[in-house]
Write a protein that binds this ligand. Structure first.
Ligand SMILES: [Zn+2]
Length: 50
């Protein structure tokens, strides 16, 4: 399960996979280019240690 936070309306949409076109169900904008995240990864943790 992956989710994206829409950059246009700031609502969350979910998909079972990150493949294919991803259109926000709320504002119907194309957010395919936006990076999908998985639950637990919601906060960006880019501290070098993974
Ligand atoms: Zn949206």
């Amino acid at each position: 399960m992956l989710f994206k936070k829409c950059v246009y309306c700031e609502k969350y949409s979910y998909s079972s996979s990150g493949h294919g076109p991803w259109v926000c169900p709320y504002c119907e904008k194309d957010i395919t280019w936006h990076k999908a995240k998985s639950p637990g990864e919601e906060e960006e943790k880019n501290k070098g240690n993974k």
